[in-house]
Design a protein around this ligand. Structure first.
Ligand code: DGJ
Length: 741
């Protein structure tokens, strides 16, 4: 499907150890990452633009500092309080935020990890039970395990680094092992911590809420700490498990950017700390807040993976690396490399008021406009007439669907459409047979209120019996009807986090054990049903994270389907996640979330910039509108390979100017499509331009509509005029194809 122009061949040695100087040098295509062992401490020397060989430039300065404890009695300037450290501890001289903390049986939290050996090997190991980037052939990556040990604590820590041949990324994760006789307790364990030698960066992160996901926030670093985190038991729409440090002069297309992305769907914590000497410590990992993990002798604990991307081509360069890596070596399964079906979802058309007649009528219209997949959303099971009941009772509601799911699916298949189904497996309604039979199956704490949210509780997926029940009940539905697609929803955050089965000193493991249980359940189901396309969802894009993308190659981006709001949501989401992963639907106007009226063309162009579909009652459209929809579907089918497997370039930010623009370029640069969206009309109109990015300046490109031929250099530099028209909310689309003159 894709011809990645970045692929390169030849000798693949990307991890070097210089034993004389005790230097590790990791090289991606464009970046170098250098570490040094001194007195057994693993120090961080450099992460940035690729250098061929590290010959000791910019050595660490040993400077005695007031109040600074020193780690080597003979070297007063060798102080952990200022040295850049690769996996720092608290308690022996470093006053910045530590990467980990372990409590020993005697109550002490002092540990001292020193270098104990390392291995460099080809390939990349799987992380047991956790989502992670992967390789398909050993020669696609090289890895480094650095062993650190603290004999007093009986603790061994392995820092694992992997470097990809085809992607400009380095992954990091950490494994703890109790090699002593006493019980250890992990109080904190990030997956990556990096000390930068200055503070001249902006931080970039994404925040939001339901219906308003992934707003960009860029601000200069300041003394002290900035923490971006989730304590909700989900990665959350409030904060994305990602941040970047950007050089102050970096923008979309140029400058240095350092991305940190965390492959996990639960509580995470990113911290950026600037100290008194203007150095910056940045880390990402599990959230230490309300977390601890008992590590018995011989037990191991594996942290999730952090994916580090360095770009000297601005944020756009960073995003395209994440897009390629996450599309090709994080997402898995049959659909990873396949064009995704154009779907119609009945949620905004019927909400809970669905019946066979209505659904079939919508499907019939969908078939006429050549939509490919019909998705039956919430409300088909138990007695679910509203959101107050039935989660957990995964049995078809015969009042609404008297002939059952298999029958319905067959009717829809007969029309030539595939059939998909909504589930919210992780939840239980108090008003359900499941809850009445198993009131202890949800997360709860004895003698405490069980807080409701959307009238539901969270099932305790740390329990095997709960996972077995879900696997069994979902499997029986999925194998008894012809189901091609599953929308896996999750609509509340955790409260009263406790498990009825865990002992008292493991209660603070519950939220992480839940995630491990969730991953195990999804792994089992996706393996059992390899032909089903899974889309994850959490009240829209509330769990849009790399962890879920490992199991499900696409995610519903937001419940907010308003085209104007979507400009920002999709723009922000694209910082890390590829457009193919972003579910984007045309819905009815006035829009159900914000009441705005936009044209069908505008709604279409915005949704076509992602993984395209519809979410409205097609039977209510006029013939003219149906015709327009049919044309949109046909158009998307033409551009689908470009959108889903092309390179994505953000051009104008809706967070800055209101207007938004972006383009997609095919991997061989022979095809491109550009989108420009205006928001509010202005009285004295300005002639705006659209300048492509990512084209080949040597190629000639023909405009599909006008036949006009331009050079790639012209399209990228001179650009095109955006038509001057009256009216709010306009969209413009240009398609170009390479021609030979
Ligand atoms: C939240 C999802 O984001 C919506 O798309 C829809 O599936 C509802 N849940 C159904 O309850």
């Amino acid at each position: 499907m894709h011809h990645n122009k970045r692929r390169h061949h030849g000798g693949f040695v990307v991890i070097n150890y210089d034993s004389k100087n005790k230097i590790f040098h990791l090289q991606t295509q464009k970046a170098s990452y250098v570490m040094h062992i001194d007195s057994g401490y693993l120090l961080h020397l450099y992460w940035g633009k690729k250098i061929n060989r590290y010959r000791g430039s910019r050595p660490l300065t040993e400077m005695p500092r007031s109040f600074a404890p020193y780690a080597d009695p003979a070297r007063r300037g060798f102080t952990l309080s200022t040295l850049p450290l690769e996996y720092p501890a608290y308690g022996n001289g470093d006053y910045r935020h530590p990467a980990y903390q372990i409590q020993l049986e005697n109550g002490s939290t002092i540990t001292d990890l020193r270098y104990a050996g390392h291995v460099i090997y080809s390939g990349k190991k799987k992380l047991n039970g956790l989502p992670a980037t992967y390789i398909e052939q050993e020669q696609e990556a090289q890895s480094l395990d650095i062993m650190l040990q603290d004999p007093v604590a009986g603790l061994s820590v392995v820092l694992t680094y992997s470097v990809f041949r085809d992607f400009n990324a380095i992954t990091r994760s950490v494994r703890f092992e109790n090699i002593g006789a006493g019980v250890l307790r992990i109080l904190n364990a990030v997956s990556a911590s990096i000390d930068f030698r200055d503070d001249e960066y902006d931080s970039l992160s994404f925040y939001g809420s339901h219906n308003n996901e992934r707003n960009m926030d860029r601000r200069p670093l300041a003394p002290g700490s900035r923490v971006i985190e989730s304590v909700r038991g989900a990665s959350s729409p409030q904060h994305d498990p990602f941040f970047a440090l950007m050089r102050q002069n970096a923008d979309e297309a140029k400058g240095e950017v350092f991305g940190f992305s965390f492959v996990y769907s639960g509580n995470f914590r990113s911290q950026i700390e600037v100290d008194q000497y203007k150095t910056t410590r940045a880390s990402i990992g599990l959230n230490l807040f309300d977390f601890s993990w008992r590590l018995d002798p011989d037990d191991t604990f594996q942290t999730p993976e952090a994916v580090l991307v360095y770009s000297d081509q601005g944020l756009g360069g960073m995003s395209r690396t994440y897009h390629h890596l996450y599309r090709e070596r994080l997402a898995r399964g049959k659909y990873r490399d396949q064009l995704r079906p154009i779907l119609i979802n009945n949620w905004e058309a019927t909400y809970f008021k669905l019946n066979e007649k209505k659904l079939l009528a919508i499907a019939k219209e969908a078939q006429k406009v050549n939509i490919e997949l019909f998705v039956l959303d919430d409300g088909w099971f138990g007695h679910r007439d509203n959101d107050k009941s039935s989660l957990g009772d995964w049995f078809v509601d015969k009042r609404k669907l008297p002939h059952g799911l298999a029958w319905l699916s067959n009717r829809i298949h007969e029309m030539g459409l595939q059939f998909g189904l909504w589930f919210e497996p992780e939840m239980v309604s108090p008003d359900s047979d499941l809850y009445r039979a198993h009131p202890d199956w949800c997360l709860h704490v004895p003698n405490r209120l069980r807080s409701l949210s959307r009238y539901q509780f969270v099932l305790d997926l740390s329990r095997k019996d709960v996972r077995d029940y879900l696997e069994h009940s979902l499997s029986s539905i999925l194998s008894n009807a012809n189901i091609n697609y599953v929308k896996w929803d999750m609509n509340r955050h955790m409260t009263e986090i406790g498990s009825a089965l865990l002992p008292h000193d493991r209660q603070r493991e519950t939220a992480h054990r839940y995630m491990l249980g969730l991953y195990e359940l999804i792994e089992r189901l996706t393996n059992a049903f390899p032909n089903i396309l899974f889309e994850s969802c959490s009240s829209g894009g509330g769990r849009f994270d790399p962890g879920m993308l490992y199991y499900m190659p696409q995610t519903w981006t937001s419940d907010n389907t308003d085209a104007i709001c979507r400009l920002k949501i999709q723009y922000g989401t694209s910082a890390v996640y590829p457009p193919i992963a972003m579910g984007a639907h045309v819905s009815a106007v006035p829009n159900h979330q914000v009441g705005r009226i936009t044209s069908l063309a505008m709604r279409g162009a915005v949704a076509m910039s992602g993984n395209f579909g519809y979410e409205l009652d097609l039977t209510k459209l006029t013939d003219e509108e149906k015709d327009a929809v049919k044309k949109q579907v046909a158009f998307y089918k033409e551009i689908r390979p470009l959108i889903q497997f092309g390179d994505f370039y953000r051009i104008t930010s809706p967070f800055e100017r209101g207007d938004a623009a972006w383009c997609f370029v095919s991997p061989d640069q022979s095809e491109a499509i550009g989108f420009y969206f205006t928001v509010l009309a202005s009285p004295s109109q300005v002639q705006k331009s659209f300048r492509f990015q990512g084209l080949n300046s040597e190629f000639l490109y023909e405009n599909n509509e006008t036949g006009h031929v331009y050079g790639g250099d012209e399209l990228m530099n001179t650009g095109l005029n955006v038509p001057i028209e009256k009216g709010d909310f306009r969209s413009y689309v240009w398609r170009f194809r390479k021609v030979v003159e």
